[in-house]
Ligand binder design. Structure first.
Ligand SMILES: NC(=O)c1ccc[n+]([C@@H]2O[C@H](COP(=O)([O-])OP(=O)(O)OC[C@H]3O[C@@H](n4cnc5c(N)ncnc54)[C@H](OP(=O)(O)O)[C@@H]3O)[C@@H](O)[C@H]2O)c1
Length: 331
């Protein structure tokens, strides 16, 4: 698999990365999560399953892995895999996130799955926890879902702490979510400490259905930030699992395009993101080895300009996209 640098930074990333949100805990919001895990949520079974997916990714040349404190035991599963396979930290790039605390207690259904707080005490506590698990493997630490509401981009104490970590060599990033992604990113690009841009990377949602942050992400790329794309198959909505009647007309178009390339609709959706010149890494959120194989076909696809145009035309209004996402059920 092709690899490159993350933005203007030295670390190496593969064009497809692996996100561990679906692998680290029993409950998640992707369409068929319950079916993927077969109802066996024993920690050791889930850890082995995660290791199997990680082995498959690594063997195929994937060298960027994305976790978060709130993805259940994702950091722990990644750490035990890295240690047991004795992977050299220089061969791999690991990003994680702080700002949400996992509260689901290893249950699929919970009153609250995660609690958000972008404060200095949470940053300090969670960085300690991430470093305890990942040690020298941790390259990039991201604010998890920065928003204007959370106040994190104007929180002097947090920004100063992040600037200190950056001086020590940790890359600093932010992830985005919601219809305001572009506005938040524009603000983030104004955050400078001692004249230097604070953020080294941004992780955002951009896919066939939600393309609103494209211009802001282009600006971030031009400013030298690494650009990581998440939710490239819209949490499963751009996969064979989506049987929603309202999606059927778009599904028919995507299926006929995928058939012309003799590929799957998820690979086509991922290839659409990979074709954007401002993207450094596209995350596969594969929950199984089969998903991963299907997703990885994207790295071999080169889409024609007319195909890109047809896919561009399928975008939804941002507000509709995020409204639908907010109704995805934990399963
Ligand atoms: N705010 C943030 O920072 C944030 C938020 C979300 C995600 N992320 C990161 O981005 C990564 C990807 O996000 P995501 O998993 O939410 O969204 P995604 O990548 O759009 O969706 C991944 C899901 O799509 C389904 N899928 C993929 N290929 C498939 C196939 N061939 N057949 C059937 N189903 C298939 C699977 O779900 P089912 O099998 O369950 O249907 C899989 O878990 C995460 O792992 C995480 O690292 C970050």
């Amino acid at each position: 698999m092709e690899s490159r640098r993350l933005g203007r930074h030295q670390v190496k990333v593969s064009v497809l990365g692996l996100g561990l949100a679906a692998l680290g805990r029993p409950g998640y919001i992707t369409l068929g999560h319950a079916a993927d895990l077969g109802g066996n949520y024993e920690t050791a079974v889930m850890e082995q399953h995660a290791h199997h997916v990680l082995d498959t990714a690594w063997a195929a040349g994937i060298c960027y892995f994305d976790a978060a404190r709130s993805y259940g035991r994702a950091e722990a599963f990644l750490a035990s895999w890295l240690q047991s396979r004795q992977i050299d930290p220089a061969m791999i790039t690991v990003g994680s996130k702080w700002g949400y605390t996992y509260t689901a207690n290893w249950q699929v259904q919970a009153a609250k799955h995660e609690v958000k707080e972008h404060s200095l005490p949470v940053l300090q506590r969670q960085l300690g926890e991430s470093r305890h698990l990942l040690g020298a493997y941790l390259d990039l630490y991201q604010i998890h879902s920065a928003t204007l509401d959370s106040g994190v981009l104007t929180n002097r104490a947090v920004l100063t702490e992040l600037a200190g970590l950056k001086r020590e060599g940790l890359l600093i990033g932010l992830s985005l979510s919601g219809a305001e992604q572009a506005v938040v990113l524009e603000r983030a690009l104004e955050v400078r400490l001692d004249g230097v841009l604070l953020f080294d990377a941004v992780q955002a949602t951009w896919n066939v259905l939600e393309q609103a942050a494209g211009a802001a992400l282009t600006a971030a790329h031009e400013a030298g930030l690494g650009v990581i794309i998440k939710e490239a198959v819209a949490n499963g909505r751009l996969t064979p699992r989506n049987h929603q009647p309202t999606f059927a007309p778009k599904r028919r178009i995507i299926e006929s395009l995928a058939a012309a390339y003799e590929t799957t609709i998820d690979a086509l959706a991922l290839a659409f993101v990979l074709a954007q010149p401002w993207v450094d890494v596209v995350l596969s959120g594969a929950a199984t080895v089969a998903h991963l194989h299907s997703n990885m076909a994207a790295a071999r696809l080169v889409l024609r300009p007319d195909t890109l145009q047809q896919l561009q035309a399928l975008a939804e209004p941002s507000a509709d996209y995020w409204q639908t996402r907010s109704h995805l059920a934990w399963n």
